[in-house]
Design a protein around this ligand. Sequence first.
Ligand SMILES: N[C@@H](CCC[C@H](N)C(=O)O)C(=O)O
Length: 348
Amino acid sequence: MAATDVTAELSVPGAIRHHGGGSRASAHDHHTEGDELSVDGEHDRPVAGRDFYKGHGLGNDYLVVEEGTAWRVTATAVPRLCHRNEGVGSDGVVFVHRGTQPPFRLRGFNPDGSEFERSGNGLRIVASHLFRTGRVGSEPFEVELGGDRIRMQVHGADGRGEYDISVHMGTAGVGAEAVHALPEVVVGEGRIELDPVGVLLAVLVSVGNPHCVVFGEGEPWRSLDRADLDRLGPALTAHPAFTQGINVQLARILATDRIEFQVWERGVGHTTASGTSACAVAVAAVASGRLPPGEKTLEMEGGTLRVRVDEDLGVVLRGPVRAVCDGELDAGFSRGLGGGRLPSPEEG
Ligand SMILES: N[C@@H](CCC[C@H](N)C(=O)O)C(=O)O
């Protein structure tokens, strides 16, 4: 596919609009039995227990919580839990519905409280948790997230808390429609203007969640300056054309099989790594004709992930996960998150 087929010309306003995330959150309709206590009217949000596990993929850290009765995973509770000083601290939360057998049903939340459809690191961190708690072994298994079945595998565990885990992301979608962008996003060749931010050329990719990949073939993007990310990330993720928000990557091709990039995540901000972003950047390079399909190394601030992109844009992500800790929320802190309920007699 030629570069002109997949690139979108975006007019980037200087003003930053905060994305509410409401529409994608309401797409889910999971209900927990006995969830009669509502917080902020968020009836569809699940109720979790006080236990948590924390892991990270190249510094992109997630808390894994499981179905329980202590607190409801609302848009107000999640930011408190993810808060770096006043909570446990993380780049997101993955909730695991009760169940001992695959497919495990999951939901994912950003630190701003919005719900996401996919997270490469969040999924792999859940896999490490399922492995260490004996619910999966080294054979492939499936989970459900964002309405999709996803296949994962724990290839290795070094016994010191490091895991080697892959995720089959399915087939990527490319273009404005794939990321639910409004028609005012014009498809065609464009030019990147840095100062003041005007028009830039992007490749829009969905790997379950939406991404906007900007390649910096010319100056001054070659340096992947953090200041560019801090300026463009918030402006693009809140761009009115992206009805569901977007994750933003500034990328630079280093070799046929190596790309480096930095990421600004929807609902989070700057992160040191992102699994779905790594997939989106690799797909963008292939779909725009910049690189051939195949195995790529994606270099981020936090380290590297491997991504395989097939001819048909099927994507597999693989890399390390590190276990950090597990623990239990303080009873008072958890009560403050709100939305808990008394356990039924069967739950104890
Ligand atoms: N860090 C993640 C992506 C998490 C979701 C993202 N913020 C979104 O809203 O789509 C990853 O590793 O993929």
